[in-house]
Design a binder for this molecule. Structure first.
Ligand code: GDP
Length: 288
């Protein structure tokens, strides 16, 4: 959770609430405070500038609706623009689906795969996982152990080096409604990693391609989002390790590269620490 951002935003709004008149100077001061808070949380500079311009323009140009004070109106605008900043709401359906997990090594992809398996299982779905990470030694054991904990079958073959073959065989065998495919990661965006994820997307005809981003990445998250989106058209982002950083705004703003939104956020190392993301309630909590 972006605790610092939350308290800085609340301070800015409290300051506004204390003003006797909401004039241009008050709006300008508010916008400056918001900028500072968002930049400190590592939200992309361009997005911060756009957001502050929009807030300023709307706050100065729009007439408050009948019965709404100028102060309430400005608060409403800030709220709406912050919701827009974190991207659209991504619907999670409980039907038959194949989810392809994308992301670099260490992003938290394997842990998140198990968290998702637990999530769908608790929603009453039949779930299975395919371990297509043939790159990292121990990947199969790691995911298998996590899947065993939540009683979800895990298909894989630690002696096989061809991820495409594992996925084809896994799909032929598994009959579950939700199949989550954990793919390999690398420390960097190497070409064969990208080629493989493109192939796996074709083989699986994935319903969803979710990108896992580490909140601590900051502005580097942007490049990862761009490359994976170009490769397989990412339709949802999961931001992990939100519990460990005050700079999660960088990863949050990277979501814009995919034109999608945040589906879940990871809030800790254990399998329960996954939050279904709703932009409205997230911003309400941040400001509340
Ligand atoms: P992968 O290489 O992308 O599959 O990454 P892993 O799933 O192995 O995760 C890398 C490290 O990040 C492990 O130590 C995980 O326990 C840790 N991790 C994953 N998600 C979270 C999270 O939401 N919060 C915290 N604090 N740690 C996480």
């Amino acid at each position: 959770m972006l605790d610092n951002l939350g308290s800085n935003l609340k301070d800015a709004l409290r300051k506004l609430a204390g003003k006797t008149v909401i004039d241009r100077a008050a709006v300008e001061e508010l916008v400056k405070d918001l900028q500072r808070a968002l930049l400190q949380a590592d939200v992309n500079v361009k997005q911060v500038m756009q957001l502050s311009q929009t807030i300023k323009k709307r706050a100065l140009d729009e007439q408050p609706p009948k019965g709404v004070t100028a102060r309430e109106h400005v608060l409403r605008i800030v709220y709406e623009e912050l919701v827009a900043l974190v991207g659209q709401k991504v619907e999670v359906t409980l039907g038959k689906q194949i989810i392809l997990m994308a992301g670099l090594q260490g992003s938290g992809k394997t842990t998140t795969t198990a968290k998702l398996a637990r999530f769908f299982k608790r929603k009453g779905m039949r779930v299975a996982v395919i371990c297509a990470d043939t790159f990292r030694p121990g990947a199969y054991t790691q995911i298998k152990t996590l899947c065993d904990k939540v009683h979800v079958p895990c298909y894989g073959d630690p002696s096989e080096h061809d991820a495409r073959k594992i996925v084809r065989e896994g799909l032929a065998q598994l009959k579950e409604e939700v199949i989550i495919v954990d793919t390999q990661g690398r420390h960097a965006l190497e070409d064969d990693l990208i080629t493989e994820i493109i192939d796996l997307n074709e083989i699986t005809k994935a319903t969803h391609r979710w990108l896992v981003l580490d909140a601590a990445l900051g502005q580097q998250a942007r490049e990862q989002a761009r490359r994976f989106h170009e490769a397989v058209s990412i339709d949802g982002v999961i931001i992990t390790k939100m519990d460990g950083t005050a700079k999660g705004g960088g990863a949050m703003s990277a979501v814009a590269e995919t034109g999608s939104g945040i589906v879940f956020i990871g809030q800790g190392e254990t399998i329960e620490d996954l939050e279904w993301f709703d932009p409205n309630s997230y911003i309400s909590r941040l400001l509340g």
